[in-house]
Write a protein that binds this ligand. Sequence first.
Ligand code: ZN
Length: 133
Amino acid sequence: MHQHTHLPAPPPTATQEQEQTQDQDQSREQEEPAWHRVRRPHWNCATCGDPYPCAPARTALTDLYAQDLPGLAMLMASDLHEAIKDLWRLHPDGPPQTVHELFDRFVGWTRQPEPPWPQPTAAMISSETSKFA
Ligand SMILES: [Zn+2]
């Protein structure tokens, strides 16, 4: 049984070139992350059924974009754009969630309460200033 149909999927709007590296396929297949993928046009998770991005998807995306939070925000803004198009097509009178709620659902959570760079600790600061004492 070949299982090449279950390659890990990137987030829906992240285009990723499919490279056929046949030699490494077998070792990779065992470590595939269980992606929680969006199912359009309803924008629910195809894996757990929660509104996308569900909690596991957010965790995976945060890990994937740990070094590129602006990129994550842009990706989710792009998803929001697509979701609004889909949802208003499904619900011409307006979907269950308002645009404001959809913004929080897709983009709001990507805002980090702390700056993404490490804060200098007191020990780091004192070791720096001691050089000039
Ligand atoms: Zn899910």
